[in-house]
Ligand binder design. Structure first.
Ligand SMILES: [Fe+2]
Length: 347
């Protein structure tokens, strides 16, 4: 497939003529359109949380959460600057809510995930239910659900925001609405959805299930306990360590329709077997220290750092001490479209 037809004066003149009619000859662009393997502008990159934190505290003095609507610094992939993307399909940012601030209620087509990095006890309200957040908690705001954030503690609260903004933009399907009130009314008790759906039980009349998990906070304490038990029973994959995916308990599918979310534990001294997949993946270091080779790039990471591995580049993790990585990608979309691919082992 890797051949390019020669350019002749007649062909060039033809291309110029049809160009005026908004037409292009496929044979001149086919090699760029249909590549033998994924080719991406997205590159391996890492952001140190210390740098993000310092910049965010500066931002905290520059603008309120209310004025900004969301006080977020976008993590832009160095290969995709100017596009508000961390991978080709996904967006990531770090959000700061200062003590006694409110990020006002709104809703939009884009789905959002939060993964808490620092701070204890700020809250997110989703469709009338409040959840209080701690480091390592994974929180979902499904498409078109009202959500606002608040921090009644005395310490700043930081979390990773992951959204499907580029995907929704690609499909031209974006809507947003602002709630008439700064904070939406609370209609359900704290822990309501976890009690209904998070105890291996379902409401008696539950039928089917929506595209997004009805559990909107997956607390780290429970996730960590599961990882701990599995690693102690030796349940360790050579490519991933102990790796689990967050699921929708009603359908068994991924927790969100556009972003797949994962948590993995790497035992001390663990060196993974090379692994590649077509879903570019964003990692957040929940605990530990180590390094990851992505293609030819080594990324050294410590607690709270964020890094990204592009599609189809071989990934090798090395953990210095016991480490936990949260990650998210567009794998769920690729699986639905039947195009997701992985390759394990030496490449
Ligand atoms: Fe939002």
């Amino acid at each position: 497939m890797d051949h390019a037809p020669v350019e002749t004066p007649e062909r060039k003149a033809f291309y110029a003529r049809i160009d005026k009619q908004n037409m292009t000859a496929l044979w001149t662009v086919m090699n760029a359109l249909i590549t033998p393997e994924p080719k991406s502008q997205c590159v391996p990159a890492l952001w140190r949380f210390d740098d993000i934190r310092a910049a965010m505290l500066e931002a905290g003095a520059l603008i309120t959460a209310k004025e900004a609507e969301r006080r977020v610094l976008i993590l832009e992939n160095p290969g995709l600057r100017g596009y508000s993307k961390i991978t080709t399909a996904l967006y990531a940012g770090v959000q700061l809510v200062m003590p006694h601030e409110v990020a006002p209620a709104h809703r939009h087509s884009q789905s959002a995930l939060r993964f808490v990095i620092e701070g204890n006890g700020a809250f997110t309200t989703v469709d009338g239910e409040r959840t209080y957040m701690s480091p390592g908690d994974f929180v979902i705001t499904p498409s078109m659900t009202w959500h606002d954030h608040g921090n009644e503690t005395e310490a700043p609260m930081f979390w990773l925001d992951g959204l499907d903004i580029p995907l929704v933009q690609f499909l031209d399907a974006s809507f947003v609405e602002r709630h008439p009130e700064e904070q939406q009314p609370i209609t359900k008790a704290v822990g309501h959805s976890a009690a209904q759906y998070g105890a291996n039980l379902l409401p008696i009349d539950n039928r089917g299930g929506g595209p997004t998990s009805p559990i909107f906070n997956y607390p780290y304490a429970r996730t960590r306990e599961a990882l701990d038990r599995l690693v102690r029973s030796g349940d360790c994959d050579p490519c991933h360590g102990v790796k689990l995916r967050y699921t929708n308990p009603v359908t068994g599918d991924h927790a969100m329709p556009t972003m797949a979310t994962f948590i993995q534990l790497l035992p001390p001294g663990f060196k993974s077997t090379p692994y590649r997949a077509t879903d570019a993946t964003v990692f957040n270091v929940t605990e530990g220290r180590g390094r990851t080779r992505v293609g030819d790039t080594w990324l050294d990471w410590g607690p709270k750092d964020i890094f990204v591995a592009p599609s189809w580049q071989p990934v090798v993790h090395e953990a210095i001490c016991e480490s936990v990585l949260f990650s998210f990608s567009d794998r769920v979309v690729q699986e639905k479209l039947g195009i997701w691919r992985e390759r394990r082992g030496n490449l």
